[in-house]
Design a protein around this ligand. Structure first.
Ligand code: AMP
Length: 188
C-alpha cells in the first residue's frame, strides 16, 4: 500500500466549490486508510484545506515549505511536522523522497510543474512511484487529451503515456496507485 501520499494542489481554493469538496474527500480517504499526507506546507487554498482535513481525521501530515514562502503562503502551524527548506528545488526533492506516490488535485502552474517533474523523473527511471491526477469535474480532461495528442504526434512513448493515472474519485484513485507496478522494460 502507498503509505505516504504526496498531494500537489492549488494554493488557491479554485472558483468552484467542487474543488474544496474534493480536497475534503481526498483528505478523508487518506486519513481513513491509515496513510499520511506530504504536501507543500501552506495554509492557503486547497493546500490548507486538505491538510486540515487529514489532521482532523487523525492522519499524519508533513509539510515542506521554502523559507521564502513561509510568510507568503502562510505556513501551516498545526501540522504533525513542518519542514522548512532553503528553496523550491529542495522542497520538491524532499517531498518526492518522503512520498510513496503522488496525486495532483486541481491547481495552477505550481501544481502542474510539480506533477510534470514527477512524470519526467519516472520516465527517466529516477523513481518508480505511482502518479495520479484527481480529475475533479473533468478539470484535467484538456491536459489528458493534450498528452494523448503528444503521444499520437510521436513525442511520447505509449508506455510513458500510461505513467499518469487519472480518475474523479479519491478512494478509487488511491486504490489505482496501490495496484500500479512500474514497467521497467519501458525505461529509456
Ligand atoms: P499553484 O498550483 O500555482 O497554486 O502552486 C501550488 C504550490 O506549488 C505552491 O505551494 C507553490 O509555491 C508551489 N510551486 C510553484 N512553483 C514551484 C516550483 N518551481 N517548485 C516547487 N514548488 C512550486
Amino acid at each position: 500500500m502507498i503509505r505516504a501520499v504526496c498531494v500537489y494542489c492549488g494554493s488557491s481554493p479554485g472558483s468552484h466549490p467542487a474543488h474544496g469538496i474534493a480536497a475534503d474527500a481526498l483528505g478523508d480517504a487518506i486519513a481513513a486508510s491509515g496513510r499520511s499526507l506530504v504536501y507543500g506546507g501552506a495554509h492557503i487554498g486547497l493546500m490548507g484545506r486538505i491538510a486540515d482535513r487529514v489532521m482532523a481525521g487523525g492522519g499524519r501530515v508533513t509539510g515542506v515549505i521554502p523559507q521564502a514562502l513561509v510568510a507568503r503562503e502562510v505556513a501551516h502551524t498545526g501540522l504533525s511536522e513542518l519542514i522548512v527548506v532553503a528553496d523550491m528545488h529542495e522542497r520538491k526533492a524532499r517531498m518526492a523522497a518522503l512520498a510513496d506516490g503522488f496525486i495532483a488535485m486541481p491547481g495552477g502552474l505550481g501544481t502542474l510543474e510539480e506533477l510534470f517533474e514527477m512524470l519526467t523523473w519516472s520516465q527517466l527511471g529516477l523513481h518508480a512511484k505511482p502518479i495520479g491526477a484527481l480529475n475533479v469535474g473533468g478539470f484535467y480532461d484538456g491536459l489528458l487529451d493534450f498528452l494523448d495528442h503528444a503521444r499520437d504526434q510521436g513525442f511520447m512513448r505509449p508506455a510513458h503515456r500510461t505513467l499518469l493515472l487519472a480518475g474523479p474519485e479519491a478512494s478509487a484513485l488511491l486504490d489505482e496507485l496501490d495496484a500500479w507496478r512500474p514497467a521497467t522494460a519501458t525505461r529509456r
